[in-house]
Design a protein around this ligand. Structure first.
Ligand code: HEC
Ligand code: HEC
Length: 455
């Protein structure tokens, strides 16, 4: 019976957390990291299957010599990637538009940035970004490298609306960032260059090799006849692999695929040329192409089959013939193959998930429960709008929130981590109210079951 109660507590706690998030007013969160630094190096480099090397993918690596992957660097990158402090009003993080469950893309056609403003292109899935050889980022390749890209959304007025000095100052004021920067770069200084480097390390570690397609390559899984037929079409008659090459399924240059006969978005150079992200995890991206015009993989394959528009800029590889003449069955075979590229373990891995949790009583969100938090509580006493000191999540700041502070006094962000190497603080300390409700629900369940057994 007791075995069931943690689950109940978790459900109740997540319901409470969701409610607090929705109201947009909760104590600021801090990272809950595993006590032993997670091993990104093992995941992304040592354990990378040998076929990434034998088919030439690793030779395409765009990692600059001054930003090699380290566990501490990628760990810091993970925290930054999920931190809303990178936006002007603490509401938007990179992960607001790049969701892990969607392969770090967005199920929506356009993504909401600061104050709900929408992007004009679809959020790109992040997979194997380190293997795009020329290193240029964005659909139109306007960023010269992953490092350059990382500082762009922070300063974009529609995405995160912040400035680099503002971000540096906010991060420096916490107790945890200087420690994370120290671990990653040797000194505690927070600089824009280091922010960009750490985020890039995290992104380059986002490789995928546990999909069904990988199982097939490793000889541990077999493809269904439809998937097998789809793979043959992909590499043969349908000519997809002419552009989406290697086991990384990544094109290596921007091209015009004939979405429109006249240019609607200039792309790289006014010729409607775009790069495409790796097709790994493409099935969970929700929308497809730079403008997210298609909402299913069937639509994408049907487009290649019958919808390619001719123009002077259309890539030669798609010109002749303009129509692929695939049967409906062949279209669905291709879709079945694209679905084998989904790596579910990557989409849920704690290496890449949101590390942020609430440290009860840490009302200024700096990672330590101390006198400064008492001051925050004191000055917002009676408040029902800005609920940063609402430690028990009941919608008002009162004496109970003082008690939350008091009973957690001295705790630090380091205490939030789980013991295991790749675990994270998802098993956050339950808020007191959640705990009580959780216990009540467990008792209730217990009584119900007893009654049933007795009756
Ligand atoms: C408001 C939504 C939004 C936010 C916030 C956001 N992105 Fe993006 N991201 C996008 C969109 C949309 C694109 C494609 C834009 C384009 O090509 O013009 C993109 C593209 C990218 C790319 C290019 C991938 C490739 O293969 O070329 C990377 C990398 C990336 N984002 C990382 C980040 C990081 C890191 C952050 C946080 C510092 C971030 N994004 C914040 C929406 C967002
Ligand atoms: C001539 C090169 C080329 C060929 C051939 C090609 N693609 Fe693409 N593919 C691209 C480019 C470039 C994009 C991005 C285009 C854009 O958004 O404007 C893309 C986008 C896609 C996307 C959407 C990716 C995303 O994240 O939105 C899918 C899925 C896809 N292609 C599958 C296929 C399949 C299946 C085939 C074979 C039937 C194929 N492609 C043939 C170059 C190509």
């Amino acid at each position: 019976m007791l075995l069931r109660s943690p689950l109940v507590v978790m459900v109740v706690v997540s319901a409470l957390t969701l409610r607090a998030d929705a109201a947009g007013a909760a104590p600021p969160q801090v990272p809950g990291l595993p006590s032993q630094t997670a091993d990104y190096f093992a995941y992304a480099i040592s354990n990378l299957p040998s076929y990434f090397q034998s088919d030439g993918v690793t030779a395409l690596d765009n990692t600059p010599a001054d930003n090699l992957l380290t566990n501490a660097g990628a760990t810091l990158g993970r925290v930054l990637f999920y931190d809303t402090r990178l936006s002007a009003n603490n509401t938007v993080s990179c992960s607001s538009c790049h969701h892990q469950a969607n392969g770090f893309s967005d199920a929506n056609q356009f993504s909401a940035g600061i104050n709900g403003q929408l992007t004009t292109r679809h959020s790109m899935g992040l997979a194997d970004v380190g293997f795009y050889q020329n290193g240029r980022m964005f659909w139109d390749e306007r960023a010269g490298s992953l490092e350059d890209q990382a500082l762009t959304p922070i300063q974009s007025p529609t995405e995160m609306g912040s400035t680099l000095p503002d971000v540096v100052s906010k991060l420096s004021q916490t107790k945890f960032y200087p420690q994370l920067f120290q671990a990653a770069f040797g000194t505690p200084d927070v600089t824009p260059d280091r922010v960009a480097k750490a985020i890039s390390q995290f992104e380059r570690s986002m490789v995928n090799y546990n999909s069904k397609f990988d199982g097939y390559l490793k000889g541990t899984q077999t493809l269904s006849p439809a998937e097998q037929a789809g793979m043959s079409l992909f590499n043969g008659q349908a000519r997809c692999s002419g552009c989406h090459t290697t086991t990384s399924q990544l094109i290596q240059e921007a091209v015009n695929v004939g979405l429109d006969s006249t240019i609607t978005d200039p792309g790289v150079d006014g010729q409607g040329r775009f790069k495409a992200p790796s097709l790994r995890n493409v099935a969970v991206r929700g929308r497809f192409m730079h403008d997210g015009r298609f909402s299913s993989l069937e639509d994408v394959v049907n487009f290649y089959n019958t919808g390619v528009q001719n123009s002077a800029f259309l890539d030669a590889g798609l010109k002749d013939p303009l129509q692929l003449n695939l049967s409906a069955e062949q279209v669905s075979d291709l879709v079945a193959f694209l679905n084998t590229l989904t790596d579910n373990s990557f989409l849920t891995s704690s290496l890449f998930s949101n590390p942020f949790v609430t440290l009860p009583g840490d009302y200024n969100g700096d990672g330590v429960v101390d006198a400064a938090d008492y001051q925050v509580w004191r000055s917002s006493y009676g408040d029902t709008t800005s609920l940063v000191a609402d430690g028990n999540g009941d919608g008002k700041v009162n004496t109970e929130d003082y008690l939350v502070w008091r009973s957690n006094l001295g705790r630090t962000w380091q205490s939030l981590g789980s013991g295991s190497g790749s675990g994270i603080g998802q098993n956050a300390v339950p808020e007191p109210a959640g705990l009580v409700l959780g216990l009540l629900s467990s008792c209730w369940l217990f009584l119900c079951r007893r009654r049933r057994r007795v009756g």
